[in-house]
Design a protein around this ligand. Structure first.
Ligand code: FES
Length: 84
């Protein structure tokens, strides 16, 4: 199970965190990954200066704006599922 948290706290929210969360949710459905990716929201990943942030298996990635969400999903999340 790949653990993914998308920050939707104020710093990340204003830069599209909620949209990224929706994009990830749609991609999990598209790739039929329910049960393989544990997606949730967080209110602060303590990296506000690099907002918007995403946490994948304990590593924080900054600057994941909605336009980068799909590519990030394929490069950092989908690959982990395939390796599991
Ligand atoms: S609000 Fe997102 S890291 Fe702080």
């Amino acid at each position: 199970m790949v653990a993914v948290k998308v920050c939707v706290g104020s710093s990340c929210h204003i830069k599209g965190g909620v949209q990224t969360l929706k994009t990830f949710r749609d991609l999990i459905d598209e790739y039929e990954l329910s049960g393989k990716v544990d997606l949730s929201a967080d209110l602060c990943l303590e990296g506000c200066l690099k907002a918007p942030n995403v946490l994948v298996d304990g590593s924080v990635y900054g600057g994941i704006t909605p336009d980068k969400a799909e590519e990030f999903f394929r490069q950092r999340i989908l690959v982990r599922v395939d390796d599991a």
